[in-house]
Design a protein around this ligand. Structure first.
Ligand SMILES: O=P(O)(O)OC[C@H]1O[C@H](O[C@H]2O[C@H](CO)[C@@H](O)[C@H](O)[C@H]2O)[C@H](O)[C@@H](O)[C@@H]1O
Length: 285
């Protein structure tokens, strides 16, 4: 079994906190303004816990309207590309994100993607069979535990335990891991917020960032995320990029805000700084 997405090292972090009433911390605002001056930027965003507040039912999650508005503004600006980078599968993002067809998407933690015409490979018959066996095994385990349930995905499956009796979660996870060790040890494992996932691919959000960087030719990348698997994306950032951790927890991102509401403020500030740059450029060109 390959474990991915864990063990982020402690970074030197700039404690840029946001008080929604007071606006952005000046350090964060200045860093955003500098970032916005790059010739061509990619704004890559995690979905759950970053654009959309965490809720009990994953299909009820929605990006905050303020974030969606800032994204729409960013997408209208020259040399500015927006992408979603999520653990969800493509179909789920299409169902939840307005106008997802016009946006670049990396889904299934880097395993699926849609970059314009390039929709990535479909799983083979053999891969589908591996996923089906996994889903069955996880569903057998979850069946005995009230509140636990399984989310099947094209490349794997996730066991959700947000609503389960927490005392029964370690045994459920233990049984899932034991099945994987015994039956398909090449599956990769990821942990997240009340979720344990297995996938036939070991791709990470870091691979997703590299793919997006190459596809867009961006000079600098902004990434915001809240969970353990987002650390793979932060690890793929380079000098001059911008990493924003949303919420508590160890991170290698350089900047941090308290939650999705504050992410919306950051996106709005980035859109404004980017629009100002575009305007200044039209005046000086
Ligand atoms: O990479 P992300 O966009 O953050 O997706 C990670 C997982 O998000 C979803 O689960 C999480 O959000 C749910 C809705 O708020 C919540 O109920 C659940 O407890 C969280 O783990 C999604 O269902 C998973 O497939 C994603 O991998």
């Amino acid at each position: 079994m390959t474990a991915t997405g864990e063990g982020a090292s402690a970074p030197e972090q700039h404690g840029a906190e946001v008080n929604p009433a007071a606006g952005l911390d000046p350090i964060l605002e200045a860093a955003l303004s500098r970032f916005a001056q790059n010739p061509r930027i990619l704004v890559a965003l995690d979905f759950d816990g970053t654009l959309a507040p965490i809720v009990d039912d994953p299909m009820s999650a929605r990006a905050l309207p303020e974030s969606a508005a800032a994204i729409a503004e960013l997408r209208g600006l020259t040399d500015t590309t927006v992408a979603l980078v999520s653990g969800r599968d493509l179909a789920s993002l299409d169902a939840l994100y307005p106008d997802s067809a016009g946006i670049l998407i990396v889904a299934s933690h880097g395993g699926e993607y849609r970059l314009g015409e390039d929709a990535g490979p479909e799983p083979t018959e053999a891969e589908r069979a591996r996923v089906a066996a996994l889903v069955q095994a996880l569903e057998r385990g979850a069946a005995g535990i009230a509140g636990a349930w399984v989310e099947p995905k094209p490349l794997g499956a996730a066991v959700h335990t947000r609503l389960a009796e927490q005392v029964s979660v370690p045994a459920l996870h233990g049984a899932a891991r034991a099945w994987v060790r015994a039956n398909d040890p090449e599956l990769s494992e990821r942990t997240g917020k009340d979720v344990l996932e297995f996938s036939i691919l070991s791709a990470t959000k870091g691979d997703g960032i590299a793919r997006l960087r190459a596809h867009t030719g961006a000079d600098a990348v902004f990434y915001a995320g809240d969970d353990v698997t987002d650390e793979d994306a932060f690890a793929a950032l380079e000098s001059g990029d911008f990493g924003l951790k949303c919420g508590p927890g160890e991170t290698r991102a350089e900047h941090r805000v308290a939650g999705p509401r504050e992410v919306a403020l950051v996106l709005r500030a980035l859109a404004r700084a980017r629009a100002s740059r575009a305007y200044a450029k039209t005046v000086t060109d």
